[in-house]
Design a protein around this ligand. Sequence first.
Ligand code: DAH
Length: 359
Amino acid sequence: MSASTSLADLAHAEWVRQALAEFAAADTPAQLENAKARFLGKAGVVTEAMKSLAALTPDERKARGAAINAAKQQIEAALAARRQALAESELERQLAAEALDLTLPGRRRGQGTIHPISRAAERIEAIFASMGFDVAEGPEVETDWYSFTALNNPENHPARSMQDTFYVDLKDAEGRWLNLRPHTSPMQIRYARQHVEAHRDLIARGGRMPDIRVIAPGRTYRVDSDATHSPMFHQVEGLWVGQDVSFKDLKVVYLEFIQAFFETRELSLRFRPSYFPFTEPSAEIDIRFEAGPLAGRWLEVSGAGQVHPQVIRNYGLDPEQYIGFAFGSGIDRLAMLRYGVNDLRAFFEGDLRFLAQFR
Ligand code: DAH
């Protein structure tokens, strides 16, 4: 082996070393292709060396050619290996970037819930329906006649005053002033008149009208606002009218209702004399829990009474033949007692931290 051949071999080994170093330093496919061009490109060292073979003698050309080829193969192999490595690390990078972390908690969809007042109203409806009561709804914007006059509420009664009632600055088609109903009692009149109308022929023939048994839950309005009063609140009206109904029936039904509502039999009820223009006699209904956090105190939950003869007449019935019992209870008050809420306003402020507790 001649001295020049061995030098050329060294040079070739040096190319391979350098190519390996440059390929290893290339971090991207573009850098790698640039490095490749310096060795294997048109003007790369390997290509140039190949071209220079033409000037050599056949022997030199053979020896030198073989050495260059060997170097070229090693460089090509190194290039292929590095391409493969870069492609693999690119895949790794993509996989890492797009990885799904299955241990992350999911994004929750905000779950709604039935408002505690609606829930209380639904319970009340279900309990009375199970005792054969119809459930009726009526307008929240009422006329003076339904809100007051038909309920035997005298013109000068304080409930009619501006301090209590929200008046609407409008009259209905018949010229009657409108108000936001201050109680659900107008529904007694609306429902009873419809019921009487539906049985008019029967009544005219002296037949016996089926009893009126209805509750009417809904929103009511008064100019009033503190921890136990809201300008918008909820009542449920109850009415039972027939030919031989008595106070005892009212008491039995109400006790049954209140025990079902609070899911306890350890609860008593008392009627305390009171006054309402549309009942005579009138009473307040108080309840007392015998156990639990509220035990021992009488709590007022409802007005009640025997329907006044004038109101029976306004139903379209003869008070000599028909007798009625009615009550009007605060739904919000019942819900407060049932859920242990002591500020009524919490129900209507829409604070989700409060409302979510009823889920
Ligand atoms: N309407 C009365 C109020 O808002 C409550 C009431 C009392 C309703 C006696 C009645 C009743 O039906 O008989 O305070």
